[in-house]
Design a protein around this ligand. Structure first.
Ligand code: NAD
Ligand code: IPM
Ligand code: MN
Length: 341
């Protein structure tokens, strides 16, 4: 029996996760789906964002499907107990160091982007974000009355393991890999660049280039088709992947897969969207497409993954949620995906 742990979380998390679960049940009825408290919901129920019950549940699962965490209700809790801290702890516990965030513009859906259609035609970018290091995970972080600090540090093995994932992904695609850093200013980026370059000989057929994060941000919006695979660190990847959401048209179209050596974690790139939570307004496509990534990367069920992606692509032209300028609700969108399946 294959087990998937489901962590709906907060805000729109439970709404979009319910849709992804319906889709998983439809294409893979044999899966055992077990739900656990996580994030702010877990703080309210158990006093902590990543409780023992949930730790045990994810440890027994082959993959984890997550909605989103956080929201104004928990913004004032101590940092160690914040929902977001729980999410970082979950990523750490699973050892998922490589976060794959694809931004794809399906043929015929160029009009969903706020950018000019001719700019986004054919866009298919894969951002590979380092997820367990850098400035997010500084053991010496500190805030005092007069100063605070977080250090951006990368160790060789942390750079090499995620870089290998990106090189391999580029080999299976068009072979172009762009590493994004700030090596003109930061030693940590100079190191990142050197280590990424050191692997070039191992990956014949991949052409590696380097860009600074500021100009990469500009080019991602103005000439997105120049990119195939983008490899970058934790913080830059967080920012660039939200920016990349304007290519398909909405954060509601950005799924992700976080991979390490064991259990994979699958979650939309977006957050809990407190501004639209509880109103049936959220676009569940990112969550559904994250479930497709789960089928592909953790369960090896490629045909089912493709069926789900095709059903979403078939639904988008006729059913638009509010973020894409339409009036279709979360549940109605999911119902259309299910009937397309
Ligand atoms: P957000 O991603 O939640 O929302 C940003 C904007 O995008 C909002 O206007 C929202 O309505 C819209 N949006 C996001 N997802 C959407 C969807 N599926 N359909 C339609 N519209 C959508 O970012 P935020 O507002 O900065 O953060 C809200 C909370 O979420 C914060 O507590 C933050 O820490 C948390 N957060 C969690 C995650 C995660 O769990 N992985 C990711 C990002 C932010
Ligand atoms: C994301 C989110 C998280 C991150 C937060 C909520 C910890 O923004 O998944 O992109 O910064 O990684
Ligand atoms: Mn983010």
């Amino acid at each position: 029996m294959v087990r998937v742990a489901v962590l709906p979380g907060d805000g729109i998390g439970p709404e979009v996760t319910a849709c992804a679960v319906q889709v998983l049940r439809a294409v893979a009825p044999d899966l055992e789906l077990a739900e656990y408290p996580f994030g702010g919901a877990a703080i309210d129920r158990c006093g902590e964002p990543f409780p023992e019950e949930t730790r045990r549940g994810v440890a027994e699962a082959q993959a984890v499907l997550l909605g989103a965490v956080g929201g104004p209700a928990w913004d004032a809790v101590p940092r160690q107990l914040r929902p977001e801290t729980g999410l970082l702890a979950l990523r750490g516990a699973l050892g998922v160091y490589a976060n794959l965030r694809p931004a794809r513009v399906y043929p015929g859906l160029e009009g969903l982007s706020p950018l000019k259609s001719e700019r986004v035609t054919g866009v298919d970018v894969l951002i590979v974000r380092e997820l367990l290091g850098g400035i997010y995970f500084d053991p010496d972080r500190r805030i005092g009355p007069d100063e605070a600090h977080n250090t951006m540090r990368y160790r060789r093995h942390e750079v090499l393991r995620v870089a290998r994932i990106a090189y391999r992904a580029a080999q299976g695609r068009s072979g172009r890999l762009t590493s994004v850093d700030k090596a003109n200013v930061l030693e940590v980026s100079e190191f990142w660049r050197r280590e990424v370059s050191s692997l070039q000989a191992e990956f014949a057929g991949v052409s590696l280039s380097h860009e600074y994060v500021d100009s990469a941000a500009m080019r991602l919006a103005s000439q997105p088709t120049r990119y195939d695979v983008i490899l970058t660190g934790n913080l830059f990847g967080d920012i660039l992947s939200d920016l990349a959401a304007v290519l398909p048209g909405s954060l509601g179209l950005m799924p992700s897969a976080s991979l390490g050596d064991g259990t994979g974690l699958y979650e939309p790139v977006h957050g809990s969207a407190p501004d639209i939570a509880g109103q049936d307004l959220a676009n569940p496509a990112a969550a559904i497409l994250s479930a497709a990534m789960l089928l592909r990367h953790s369960l090896g069920r490629l045909a089912e993954a493709e069926r789900v992606e095709a059903a979403v692509a078939a639904t988008l032209p006729r059913a638009r949620t509010a973020d894409l300028g339409g009036r279709v609700g979360t549940q109605a969108f999911a119902a259309q995906v299910l009937s397309a399946l």
